[in-house]
Write a protein that binds this ligand. Structure first.
Ligand SMILES: Nc1ncnc2c1ncn2[C@@H]1O[C@H](COP(=O)(O)OP(=O)(O)OP(=O)(O)O)[C@@H](O)[C@H]1O
Length: 897
């Protein structure tokens, strides 16, 4: 191998071969110099082959080479063949002459073109090239680092090409602040080690590449591990960026998602460090839905893998808002990658950089690898979000159903709805319209009281107006099982625009969702709400519950109205009862009579026919008068006809009147009771006694309210209210053929049964006192009280003649009494069969009384009207007593005495 150092020695040697002595001296010196150089070269060679890292190589330069030659510092640059550039690869920072210059970091990060006037002098050459900086520094396109070196005092530079397989892979750039540093020796020496240096550099580069790849893999693995734990969308980019920022020099990023239609995309998740956050329009950009054919997204669709976009090449005016904001934040290059994998809705991953050329092949490779991990993470998040959403929906609807279950009034309802709807964060306003009773219009029921526009005159008018259901909007909602979305702008283009749509437009309500409110198949109304985001399951759940609540509130409101109506009516009835009770002087306040009063008050005001039933003397006529007095006819006298009192032919005339000469003895025209009772009440007492032939005539008057007098031709129309009374069982009379069924049904419109006195023992004392007071007042006999013994006796008596019998008994007894207290009562003997003797034992009296009562009750012991009932004792007690007193059927089923 030829060694330039050795040749130099020969040259020197040749020059100095002047004499023999000198020759040997020179030879010796040069041989030792050569030996020394050889040794150095060998050592250096050894060192270079040991080089594994940049530091090893730096040591070669800084200690080994510097011990042989003078230079200030050396830099190894590498060539990027593809881009035709070179860039610093290895520097000895300590020795660097320009280490304190501000430009250093940017110079170290820069790339320089191979055709610049500096490197082009040596690139492609096999030998080192040195030159004075003064000679080239003023040339155009001189690289910046050379200028800085020059400014720092560097005077000379040497470029040593590094070659591998005939190709220049880089250069050693050596600098010196002295002219003449790069001697031929130096050049020859560095030439000799240049191929070793090239191998060392390539080894370092390969090592570095391997290490870098391993590191990238490690970082990606880290990201992947961390992504596996991400459950929430908001954490997604934080986790990704923590690793990705180590690998790619992007500034920030964002992910987008397509909507259900596949025609629009919007932000899925943003980088928490995005510089666009500072812009006022940031929230709008977050919410905005952008068409996929907006020019930017279009560039990515259809392409497999990441697409790099030069942001400066877009027309900003036409670009989507998010693009403008990112541009304004300094982004100049972006890469957009549609996430691989089958997702329901396409996701994209977008990264921004402030410098063009940031996203090189290596960066794109990493972005592509991250994208597939992102897809898996997003799928996990989507699954998690679905679970969380379902849970949230469930608990939301549960809370709402709790609130709604407590709703009783419209106010409660509006509070519950407002609370629930406000939780659906995106709702800007809502209104519930209910279908009116006419079934063809709707009216506002409740609306969002917190909305900003509620005081607007247009809104006020909208809630005060009834709108036709068939307006193309409301009917559309009511015909649909699903919520319907109305875009206000589109609806405004209808030929006929409903007034409320204009109000939506004026209020800035852009998108209105209409949902039918119905229970079962019955439509109640519509919920309109303005919202961007609709959670269909929640909306449907809310509407189902709202519908139930509305129908409950409406029913409740109706009940409250009815209740207050009933209360008013009840008060009125009570008043009427009092009037009737007082004016008719009906005595008795026991439950049986209370019921009678109740019925009287209900029927009094009407024109209904009343049928009074009850034993003789129970007060049927009194009640008839009470009903009349409580009726609007009270100002006219009630007319009474006793159907039992007259023979059939006379009753007819009595009822309908006759014309003169109608029959023998009819000397004058007679006005019948029906005519007399015109505009008043006709009381037909003892109706059960009415002869059958007259029953037909009566039936006609009752049905047609018209009749003719006997012998008369003109039909007389009357307005008569009929109250009939009987002590017979009319049903039995009908069955026996003695009473016409049709008349019975005509009369039995409003039956009132008067209880016998024995069934209302509690009324006996008040009645007795009442009659006593009345009688003593009428007769002037001052008997003012009744002894307890007498009251007891009165209570024990069965009163077959009822109140009338009591009234008469009191009359008689008062006449026979001395003193102011009635102490003796003269109950009819016949009822007990024989006089009660003072000689009788209590047991005998009791036995006789029970037998007598059993006889009156026809042998009936238990049940209504039975002896136990009359005696006011439980039937079991009566049975026991009868057994004890040896009362058998023969005692009471024989002829009643
Ligand atoms: N609850 C009462 N309070 C005061 N007096 C009463 C009461 N019930 C009946 N009387 C009196 O008893 C008598 C008989 O009553 P009333 O003529 O109304 O009975 P009635 O059922 O129509 O009898 P009849 O079937 O025999 O015609 C009357 O003098 C009446 O004033």
């Amino acid at each position: 191998m030829e060694k330039p150092g050795f040749l130099n020695v020969i040259d020197d040697f040749e020059n100095q071969l002047t004499d023999k002595k000198n020759f040997l001296k020179v030879l010796k010196k040069h041989v030792s110099c050569y030996e020394n150089e050889k040794e150095v070269l060998l050592e250096l060679s050894n060192d270079i082959t040991q080089v594994r890292t940049k530091i090893d190589l730096i040591t070669v330069f800084s200690s080994r080479l510097k011990s042989l030659f003078y230079f200030t510092h050396a830099v190894v640059s590498l060539v990027d063949k593809q881009q035709q550039t070179y860039y610093p690869f290895l520097i000895d920072r300590e020795a660097l002459q320009i280490k304190h210059r501000d430009e250093l970091p940017s110079l170290l990060a820069s790339r320089f073109f191979l055709d610049d006037p500096f490197i082009s002098q040596a690139h492609g050459s096999d030998m080192p090239v040195s030159f004075l900086l003064d000679d080239i520094i003023h040339k155009p396109d001189i690289p910046g680092f050379l200028k800085v070196n020059y400014e720092c005092g560097i005077k000379e530079a040497m470029i040593v090409p590094l070659k591998s397989k005939m190709e220049t892979i880089g250069h050693v750039l050596m600098y010196s602040d002295r002219i003449g540093a790069f001697s031929d020796d130096f050049k020859a020496f560095i030439s000799m080690i240049s191929s070793q240096l090239s191998s060392a550099v390539s080894n370092i580069k390969i090592n570095e590449e391997i290490e870098f790849k391993e590191w990238v893999n490690e970082v990606l693995l880290d990201i992947s591990n961390n992504l596996a734990t991400v459950r929430h969308r908001k954490d997604l980019l934080t986790v990704v960026n923590a690793g990705l920022k180590k690998l790619v020099k992007f500034t920030h990023n964002v992910m987008t998602i397509l909507d259900e239609t596949g025609e629009n995309y919007q932000v899925y998740v943003t980088d928490p460090d995005s510089p666009t956050q500072k812009f006022p329009k940031y929230p709008e950009a977050l919410m905005r839905s952008n068409p996929v054919n907006d020019g930017v997204y279009t560039a990515a669709s259809g392409s497999e893998g990441p697409v790099v976009l030069d942001m400066t090449s877009f027309d900003l005016d036409k670009a989507p808002l998010w693009f403008k904001l990112n541009y304004a934040a300094g982004a100049r290059e972006m890469v957009i990658n549609l996430l691989p994998g089958k997702a329901e809705r396409e996701l994209s991953f977008i990264l921004f950089a402030d410098k063009k050329g940031t996203f090189d092949a290596a960066a794109l490779n990493i972005i592509e690898r991250i994208s597939s991990q992102l897809f898996t993470a997003a799928s996990n998040i989507a699954a998690n979000e679905e679970i969380v959403n379902k849970e949230r929906e469930k608990s939301f609807l549960l809370n709402f159903s709790h609130d709604i279950a407590a709703v009783r009034s419209k106010y409660d309802f509006s509070v519950a709805v407002e609370k629930a709807v406000k939780k659906l964060s995106s709702v800007k306003g809502y209104i519930i319209r209910l279908i009116d009773n006419d079934g063809v219009t709707t009216s506002s029921y409740v609306y969002d009281s917190t909305a900003t526009f509620i005081n607007d005159p247009g809104f006020k008018q909208m809630i005060a107006t009834r709108f036709d259901i068939k307006d193309g909007i409301q009917d559309k909602v009511l015909c649909s099982a699903e919520p319907i979305l109305f875009i206000t702008d589109q609806e405004m283009r209808r030929p006929v625009v409903p007034q409320y749509v204009r109000t939506w437009s004026d209020m800035g309500l852009r998108k209105m969702i209409g949902v039918a409110l119905r229970t079962g198949s019955k439509d109640l109304g519509i919920l309109f709400m303005e919202t961007d985001v609709v959670n269909l399951p929640i909306l449907k759940g809310i509407c189902a519950q709202i519908s139930t609540a509305i129908s409950n509130v409406l029913v409740n409101e109706q009940l409250i109205t009815y209740k207050s109506m009933l209360e008013v009516e009840n008060d009125h009835l009570k008043e009427q009862i009092n009037t009737i009770y007082n004016s008719a002087e009906i005595v008795g306040s026991g439950p049986e009579m209370q019921q009678v009063y109740q019925l009287m008050s209900i029927v009094a005001k009407t024109n209904s026919t009343v049928l009074l039933m009850g034993e003789t003397g129970t007060g049927k006529e009194l009640v008839a008068r009470g009903v009349h007095k409580g009726s609007p006819r009270k100002d006219k006298l009630m007319v009474k006809v006793n159907c039992a009192a007259l023979p059939a032919n006379l009753i007819e005339s009595e009822l309908f009147g006759h014309e003169r000469g109608a029959f023998t003895g009819a000397f004058e025209r007679r006005i019948g009771k029906f005519e007399q009772a015109h505009n008043s009440t006709l009381f037909l007492d003892e109706i059960g006694e009415l002869p059958l032939e007259l029953q037909v005539k009566l039936l006609r008057v009752i049905q047609e309210r018209e009749f003719e007098r006997i012998g008369g031709k003109t039909t007389i129309k009357v307005d008569v209210r009929i109250i009939a009374a009987t002590n017979r069982n009319l049903e039995e009379e009908v069955n026996a053929g003695r009473f016409r069924a049709d008349l019975y049904y005509r009369l039995n419109v409003f039956p009132i049964s008067l209880p016998p006195l024995r069934k209302r023992i509690e009324d006996i004392a008040p009645l007795a006192n009442y009659f006593l007071a009345r009688h003593s007042k009428n007769t002037g006999i001052k008997v003012t009280s009744i002894s307890g013994k007498v009251i007891q006796e009165l209570k024990s008596y069965p009163w077959p003649g009822n109140v009338r019998e009591l009234e008469h008994l009191l009359e008689r007894s008062v006449l026979l009494t001395n003193g102011s207290t009635l102490r003796e009562i003269y109950l009819p003997k016949t009822r007990f069969g024989k006089d009660l003797s003072v000689n009788q034992t209590l047991e005998e009296i009791e036995r006789a009384h029970i037998i007598q009562t059993l006889k009156i009750c026809g042998g009936k012991i238990a049940g209504s009207g039975g002896a136990a009932d009359v005696l006011g004792t439980p039937s079991t007690t009566l049975h026991a007593k009868m057994k004890k007193l040896k009362i058998s059927k023969t005692d009471y089923l024989s002829q009643a005495s």
